[in-house]
Write a protein that binds this ligand. Sequence first.
Ligand code: ADP
Ligand code: MG
Length: 574
Amino acid sequence: MESKISAITGSIITATGLNGANIGNMVQMGPEGAYGEIISVSGDNTLIRAYEETIGLRINDIITDLGRPLSIELGPGLLSNIFSGIGRRLDMLKGNFLSKGEIILTLDRTKKWDFKAIKKKGDHVSSGDILGGVQETELINTKIMVPPGVDGEILSISSGEFTVNQNIAKIKNGSGTATEINMIQTWPVKKRRPINSRLEVYAPLLSGQRVFDAFFPIQKGGTATLPGGFGVGKTVSEQQFSKFSNTDISIYVGCGERGNEMADVLNSFPSIMDPHSGKSIMNKTVLIANTSNMPIVAREASIFMGVTIAEFYRDMGYSVLLTADSTSRWAEALRQLGSDLGEMPVEEGFPASLFNSLASFYSRAGIVRTLGSDDRTGSITIISAVSPPSGDFSEPVTQTTLRLVDAYWELDKQLSNARHYPPVNWTDSYSLAVENLRPFYEQKIGKQFYVYSKKILDLLRDSDKINEIASIVGRDALPDKQAAILRMADVIKLYLLQQNAFDEEDSYTDIKITYKMMEIVSKLIDKVNALLDTGIRYGDLKANSIWENMSNLRHKSALDVLEKQVSDLNTDKK
Ligand code: ADP
Ligand code: MG
């Protein structure tokens, strides 16, 4: 019996004739093969949730059960491309989405890749072993791995030009069955890819964004969230991480946000150079776009697509950053799905499964020993944006997320109103990785790193308290030491914490330069305190030029001079 559409209600499709279908399986519907997922089966009635527009669908349109859950094709051709939330390849140049009529697969079937085998006939291989690789982009050699679940003796393998779906090797298992291997691994997005073991290794994910790198760092393999109300600066920060982080691969998921933001990404990313290699960042980037104009149900899929692609590159031994903007939009999709399925909402309409859903995403971050016999280490770092309605951080998605992540980077409305970008609140933000990263920072970046960062954060927190007093008595009435603290806090905020994403020099700061900036600020604090202790008045500090000169903190080439000016402060007794 043919399976057909019997009713269409918004994004929920009722089908007949799909008896025996599995819940969770993917289907394709109608002449354009719109994707959907089976959500319930009762008797002859099967309910399907459409991932794509249902406008073109009609009663009696044919439905095909694909026999597998929502999956993505993994293989060469992901990098420097953009995909929809369910993995359709989108037109990079047009930036317009979902061309109808044609079923566009994730991986291009026409492009030939130059496969270089590193294993040979007769070799014994097991899951995760690298058979060879293709130079997918200028920066990334994509490994062709023995798929999970396959092992045995290589019967044949050949280097040369192949499309992704041509066979490059044949492997015979212990019982004599041969498996043909091509360059595609189709993988269900909600199933984590197998690993060897999880590791505890602490190296920072550095983004060149000073406030994060210096004060609230996370490790490669860690997780962080950027909660903030509308317009505070979440997207800009997410994009800065995506562009500049020191990972091999960067995956940016635009989930439920405005389409023009994704268009901006498409326009701006190709001309941004990776500070670590000097090549266009697109060489290491995969974009996933599930913008607000696309069906809400595909949002859930887009996040899992992203993390599955991340696992694929991790499995090759790469470090991967996944940025997701925003997971609140994703959670809205969960809420919608929950109500479609008749689940009981618990808090503000969210289903009880919210925690598990979010956990099943964040727990795919980590640093691991991959499958394969050659001892590879790979990592996935996840940075999510959360956009609580009306900026209220007590709402369920923010609160649930914060139980799951290592770092909480609170974006503050007041700071962003004052155009203090990125508006990271230095009192409420935290990173649980700080102590674990200490050896790396102190040994690889600067011995005094943590001394400086503590001194600076302490001063900022003192200045907040003093500001409260100053708002009552006025700044002029403050004792000298307190007045100086406020002045130094201004310097820190203006030139160290604030960072203009749109200024070419300021947009990215190497961690060694950030260290130098912190060193100068720290010396300023010590110097000013020491001078005040000798009885010099705050107003008599040769403050005239030093305070203005501090703006040179933003200029790499001026740092040496500035450092000298700080140590010479008030040493001439004129
Ligand atoms: P959100 O995603 O939280 O709604 P955006 O990231 O789109 O907010 O930021 C809103 C605006 O704030 C941006 O268009 C930009 O003008 C400004 N902005 C945010 N972060 C920065 C930054 N680091 N440097 C300069 N401007 C910024
Ligand atoms: Mg945004």
